[in-house]
Unconditional design. Structure first.
Length: 258
């Protein structure tokens, strides 16, 4: 099964840029950044349960990796970068290391978690995600997202930014979001640190780079654990590409044109 996506044409001799959004986002999420990179063809993907792929239900990362691979094949994309934010970054990292995606040139991950390292943390995360999933299934989405964006990871958001995100995300399908949240929970994601080192920045099978907002303390610390090249985005927290799209676009341009 292929995922819904939006394409924009660039230079034929350049690799594609395949953008993967975060939880509750859609194919529009990266466009403010991607449309500044017109020298590259761009594919903006709707992940399962989101946007034009809302009717696609999954139960595990394996389902998502397979659908992503089938989508790339359907567009004849054979030379590309995966660029993902948060959930999209985690999908990109898992796919690169489990699906062995042909034609992958590199990963650029913004604020994506490489995985939990102990069972206690996994159990706690599963309990938390199960509770959130119940809320997404049964409560008004505006109320759920009001609470969602008050989590510590979003502390850099001001009230106006938070309310804008709540209004934007309230158009989603709650049960489908719940399905995706559980299918991609950090509780079931493998710890990717060793795989990223073995296949990415250590071996050169593909390029692996990390982005995070300078005010995103949690993910700055995770970036240091990864020991991979990390680019800090000024005046931004966890949602750096939304808070400072010009800086993210400039950062990507420097990486891609290096």
């Amino acid at each position: 099964m292929t995922l819904h996506a939006v394409t924009r044409e660039g230079a034929p001799n350049q690799p594609w840029l395949v953008f993967l959004h975060g939880f509750s986002g859609d194919c529009r999420e990266w466009q403010a950044v991607g449309e500044k990179l017109t020298g590259f063809s761009r594919l903006y993907v709707d992940l399962p349960g989101h946007g034009g792929s809302a009717a696609i239900s999954v139960t595990h990362f394996d389902d998502i990796c397979r659908e992503l691979q089938e989508t790339l094949v359907s567009y004849n994309i054979l030379n590309y970068w995966l660029i993902g934010y948060s959930l999209g970054g985690r999908v990109a990292m898992v796919a690169a290391n489990q699906a062995k995606l042909p034609g992958l040139k590199g990963l650029i991950v913004e604020g994506g978690h490489p995985g939990l390292q102990d069972e206690t943390a996994r159990e706690a995360r599963w309990q938390s995600d199960t509770q959130w999933a119940q809320r997404f299934r049964h409560e008004p989405l505006a109320d759920v997202f009001e609470a969602w964006y008050h989590q510590p990871v979003f502390a850099s958001l001001n009230d106006a930014q938070r309310q804008a995100l709540v209004a934007l995300r309230a158009d989603n399908n709650g049960p489908r979001l719940a399905d995706m949240l559980l299918a991609t929970s950090l509780a079931v994601q493998p710890d990717l640190r060793a795989a990223l080192a073995a296949h990415g920045y250590a071996s050169g099978d593909y390029t692996f780079l990390y982005l995070c907002g300078e005010r995103d303390a949690k993910f700055r610390a995770l970036a240091e654990e990864l020991a991979a090249p990390c680019h800090l985005i000024p005046h931004a927290g966890h949602n750096a590409h939304r808070e400072n799209p010009a800086a993210v676009a400039n950062c990507l341009a420097q990486i891609l044109n290096d």
